[in-house]
Every structure is written in C-alpha cells, then in structure tokens.
Design a protein around this ligand. Structure first.
Ligand code: SAM
Length: 291
C-alpha cells in the first residue's frame, strides 16, 4: 500500500539509506497524502493509462500512480535513489524505473517503444530548476501526450495561465496556451514537502489541444517571433524583432507587417494575444517567401 505520503515513513526511509538531499536536482519530496490524491484525481488516472513520471524521488507519488494506472515509467536522474526505489516499489509489477536525465530522452521514440505510440499521461512533482525546459520538451517533442499534470512553483503555474497586459505574461504563457488548456487545480504550501521549498507551489493540469487554437504557416517561425518579442521586453516589437536577427526581411518590412496587423507601430510584444502573434508570424512568413 502507498505509504510514503506519511511523513514518518518518508523520514524512516531517508534515515535507513542515509540519503543526502541534492539541491542541484531540486529535491523536495512530498509528504502530504491528500495532495497525492488530488494529483491523481486531477490527472484522471485510470487502469487504462500509461503514465510517465519525471523525478520519482523515493517513490512517493510513484506508489500512488502504480495503484491507479495500468503502467508507470519513472525517470530519475539521481543514481543514489535507484536502490531506494527498488525497495519502495517492490510491491508493484507495473513500474519501470529508468535512471536517466529526462532532457536526454527522445520522447516520441520512448512512447513508441513503451506504449506502442498510443497517448500517455505525464504526472510529476517537477524539479523546479528545469520546469520550463521540461514543459517545452514535452510539447516540442510532438510525442502523443494527452495531458501533463505537474507540481510547479506557484508563480510559474500562474505565468502559464496569463494573457496579454499582465506582467507575468510571456513566452511560456504563449507556448503553453498554443499546445494546451492550462488549469491550476490546487495550491500547495511549503510544509507539504521535505525539505520545505522557499516558494509556494501549485498543481497545474495542461490538457493537450487536439488542434492548436491558431493556424500558422510555420510553428518554428511563430516561436521565433514570440521569443524575439520577449527577449528585450522594454523595446518596441519592431526593434525586438529586428535585433533578434533571425528574420530575412529588414526592419522596414517587419514594421509594415506590424502595421498590417492593425496595431500601433510602437506596440510592445507583451500587448499581443496568441492570435495576433500567429497572424504576425504568417505575415512575416509570406514576406520572407516573396523577397
Ligand atoms: N516525485 C518525488 C516526490 O514527489 O516526492 C520527488 C520530486 S522532487 C521535486 C524532483 C525529482 O526530480 C527528484 O527526485 C530529482 O532527483 C529528480 N530530477 C531532477 N532533475 C532531473 C532530470 N533532469 N531528469 C530526471 N529526474 C530529475
């Protein structure tokens, strides 16, 4: 039975193995059974699901996942946790622990190999130092991922949901909203973890869109335009795009694309919606292909 949500059991395991927390791996282990249940419920895990867990730690969330899902693959970077996981997961025959850096895994190939290419769910209490690279990897791999339910820093969860005009709105908000529907499902205080993080946390569910909400001629160009616009937040959009250096058309042509969008020429990127970024990237795409 899943038992590590109980702080006493977690402390006993940590003592038995004389485990040293590695700050560089963002190790904050969950010790709140109620939150574990909320995560499983938010992710809508059933016995049909194949779940990828990123960073199982000592196996706290993994145990609960094994009890709810058909199959679980847990990718953990820290080799010293592998013998611990062997013990804490010994009661389950539907889990595979992979000692690897998640960022080094080819996810499309992984899903093909482990689940015959059928959609999987991702569930994790993420290491906060690489939240954005992991989320971007999950989306940009184009692996069949139905939903991502993750614990992240509260501020980052809020950023994923923001729209134009908000100071937290940025490239991460746009990337998340292009690929998925974000919904914060719980706020979690630091005392639900050992050791306690210095920041508040939230569980957020990202449900993958079947089709992106906007049509773009080139996804790569859309994300270049977005990155260029937020790279130099205090510059106008025209300057930001021009200084980025990735577009083959000059500043005047970039400016005329912005005008065609119907926004003031001195507008800043943070004022544009996803739809406007999509239109702008299509205008730049067309210009680049005539010139
Ligand atoms: N799931 C556990 C829990 O909820 O108690 C642990 C969560 S802890 C916040 C993050 C975990 O991710 C740690 O076990 C850490 O070692 C692991 N981790 C950090 N960087 C990683 C990476 N690049 N690839 C895979 N796992 C990683």
């Amino acid at each position: 039975m899943a038992a590590l949500g109980n702080p006493g059991n977690t402390i006993a395991v940590l003592k038995k193995y004389r485990f040293n927390f590695q700050k560089k791996y963002g190790q904050n282990f969950l010790i709140n059974m109620g939150i574990l249940e909320e995560i499983i419920e938010a992710a809508q895990i059933t016995k049909d699901d194949f779940v990828l867990e990123i960073g199982p730690g000592i196996g706290t969330l993994t145990q609960v996942l094994c009890e709810s899902a058909r199959e679980v693959a847990a990718v953990e970077i820290d080799t010293s946790l592998i013998p611990i996981l062997k013990e804490t997961l010994s009661a389950y025959d539907n889990v595979e622990v992979i000692n690897e850096d998640i960022l080094k895994i080819n996810l499309a190939e992984f899903v093909r190999e482990k689940n015959g290419g059928k959609p999987i769910k991702v569930v994790a209490n993420l290491p906060y130092y690489i939240t954005t690279p992991i989320i971007m990897q999950l989306f940009e791999s184009h692996a069949p991922i139905e939903s991502i339910t993750v614990m992240v820093q509260k501020e980052v969860a809020e950023r994923m949901q923001q729209g134009p005009g908000n100071k937290e709105y940025g490239a991460l908000s746009l990337a998340v909203q292009y690929y998925a529907q974000p919904e914060i499902v719980a706020d979690v205080s630091p005392d639900s973890f050992i050791p306690q993080p210095k920041v508040g946390s939230s569980v957020i569910r990202l449900t993958r869109h079947e089709k992106p909400p906007v049509d773009v001629r080139s996804e790569k160009l859309l994300f270049q335009v977005i990155r260029a616009s937020f790279n130099q937040r205090r510059k106008t959009l025209a300057n930001g795009l021009n200084n980025f250096g990735a577009f083959s058309i000059g500043k005047e042509a970039l400016q005329s694309c912005i005008e065609e969008l119907g926004v003031p020429v001195n507008v800043r990127g943070e004022a544009l919606s996803l739809e406007q970024f999509a239109r702008l990237s299509n205008l730049i795409f067309d210009r680049q292909n005539i010139e």
